[in-house]
Design a protein around this ligand. Structure first.
Ligand code: HEM
Length: 511
């Protein structure tokens, strides 16, 4: 794109900024303004860091300089960084604040790709959004912890992976884990008889990869104020937008239309069928809006976005760390051997495996794949610790910093699963001060509804792999950098793809 375009764009944005600044005069009352950097230098570094996808590093510098709450003003948009997990929990959860702090900012992506205000994850907390979230949460939680049937489907898919890997000496681990995770997402959406084909997996994967292209700063920053650019031939916005809409429609055809055609009430196969049943119940009660077809399509897109890369990247990170720390891999294996032995791994083993659980929690902390979780926005002026958070401000919980604060974490850049164990080797309770320093899945009414599902699936993946294989570095193949500060940043931050050696454990544990 040529320079003239960027100059024209900058002038337009500055004009918008000037008009909005004149219109607004915030009512500060007695509350103080949140500290933070100001002026053109701040704007310049914000734009540069956003373009390089490392705004978490800039936000971390500001956190160290200004404290737990930092505010910047970018073209009259206030952004408030929350740099402490407990404080984030109070802001998102406190009864006097939670109605104000759990909206989402408007985005191009939500409005023009994920069915506008009919979606759930990217839209503000309207009454209809609350209905959607409650129904969705109920369905996904059901698949998370309680369902033996789903565990069986999942273990069948994992055993297939284990069988394929047995004949190999080396494996493209990242690819295999992506495929296994996609099969889990497919089974979640479509159920046991999904007849998952290569085309279905491609539809899920393509949607996620084309979407990462629009997550880039340039795209959202330009397309939100100037959405018509998505139609202008010759501009990259149009090419990327067209590709994303095609990927979204392929996904909707593969999962929504296909499943709706064969849906039978009372014989629900997966999440989409359960949502269709909920839809017909709401319609009988006279509510045709809260869960209309577009909302079910949006939930399909959101589940794909939320569940695939997050899970695959966490398992990748953990296995990469175990390859680099063979002593930790052996420790994990000895727990698997003593608790599961030759049995098929099951969720009932979980409570007796504190080392495995703490390794997964530590991998989630270590990677902090979504540095700012998802953005919230503030509905009304609120006061917090004597500071004013203004109506319309974007609230970003800086998990990247919260999970590495040197005053809260010993050796924050080191992978240490033991940090979540007590002196008896038991997992620290969820309300232990150390665990309260974590904010991996968010908190409160916008927290991750897939947490139980994600954690239980990761447990099954990890124990099955460790039960059957030893993973090691290959002499001639370089492993990716394991330091999260050097990872490439896309929609979620993750180490690059990697190949590694595998050695089947002497006893193989397939049913
Ligand atoms: C390692 C795996 C995962 C991590 C780390 C993760 C993390 C998160 C985080 C940080 C949020 C935003 C919280 C906030 O706004 O305050 C979120 C939201 C969400 N997640 Fe997850 N997630 C994971 C897996 C999943 C899975 C497997 C599903 C679905 C089955 C899922 C569905 C969602 C949805 C729908 C939302 C939006 C909720 C809302 O806006 O009300 N996530 N997740």
């Amino acid at each position: 794109m040529d320079l003239t375009f960027y100059i024209a764009l900058l002038i337009l944005l500055l004009a918008l900024w000037y008009c909005r600044t004149l219109r607004r005069s915030p009512s500060l009352g007695n509350a103080k303004t949140i500290p933070g950097p100001k002026g053109f230098g701040c704007l310049k570094s914000f734009i540069a860091s956003s373009r390089n996808n490392n705004s978490h590093e800039l936000a971390t510098e500001w956190a160290q300089q200004y404290g737990d709450l930092v505010q910047v003003n970018i073209l009259s948009q206030k952004i408030v960084y929350i740099n402490d997990s407990r404080l984030a929990r109070v802001i998102f959860n406190h009864p006097s604040l939670k109605e104000m702090t759990n909206d989402r900012p408007d985005t191009f992506l939500s409005k023009y790709v994920i069915y506008g205000n009919k979606n759930m994850a990217f839209t503000s907390r309207t009454d209809q959004q609350k209905v959607r979230r409650k129904l969705y949460h109920g369905v996904v939680k059901f698949y998370g912890e309680n369902v033996r049937k789903f565990e069986r489907i999942f273990m069948t898919s994992l055993n297939k992976l284990t069988r394929e890997m047995q004949s190999l000496n080396e494996v493209n681990f990242s690819h295999e884990i992506s495929m296994a995770t996609l099969r889990v997402v497919d089974a979640l959406l479509a159920g046991e008889e999904s007849n998952c084909t290569k085309e279905h997996l491609e539809a899920l994967e393509n949607f996620d990869t084309t979407l990462s292209e629009l997550f880039y700063f340039d795209m959202e920053a330009v397309l939100k104020p100037l959405p018509f650019l998505r139609f202008v031939p010759g501009l990259p916005f149009k090419t990327k937008y067209d590709a994303l809409i095609k990927a979204r429609d392929d996904l909707v055809n593969a999962y929504f239309h296909r499943l709706k055609e064969t849906y039978i009430k009372g014989q629900e196969r997966g999440v989409i069928d359960h949502l269709l049943t909920a839809q017909s119940k709401l319609e009988e009660e006279g509510d045709v809006e809260s869960l209309c077809d577009d909302s079910v399509k949006a939930l399909l897109c959101e589940t794909t976005i939320a569940s695939f890369l997050t899970t695959a990247h966490t398992v990748n990170t953990l296995v990469l760390l175990l390859i680099l720390h063979p002593e930790l891999q052996e420790k994990l294996h000895s727990e698997v051997k003593s608790v599961i032995g030759n049995e098929t791994p099951s969720l009932r083993h979980r409570s007796s495996m504190p080392y495995t659980e703490s390794s997964i929690i530590e991998a989630l902390r270590y990677a902090s794949a979504g540095p700012f979780l998802l953005p919230h926005s503030c509905r009304e002026d609120v006061e917090m610790n004597g500071y004013l958070i203004e109506k319309g401000a974007i609230l970003l919980a800086n998990a990247w910093y919260c999970h590495r604060r040197s005053d809260q974490w010993e050796e924050p850049w080191t992978f240490k699963p033991d940090r979540f164990l007590d002196d008896n080797g038991q997992l620290l309770q969820a309300d232990h001060p150390k665990r309260l320093n974590l904010i991996i899945f968010g908190s409160g009414s916008r927290s991750c509804p897939g947490e139980a599902f994600a954690r239980s699936r990761m447990f099954l993946i990890v124990v099955t792999l460790i039960q059957n294989f030893e993973f090691f570095a290959l002499d001639n193949v370089k492993l990716p950098d394991v330091d999260p500060r050097n990872w490439e940043s896309k929609a979620v931050r993750a180490p690059g793809q990697f190949k590694c050696g595998i050695r089947p454990r002497t006893e193989i544990h397939l049913p």
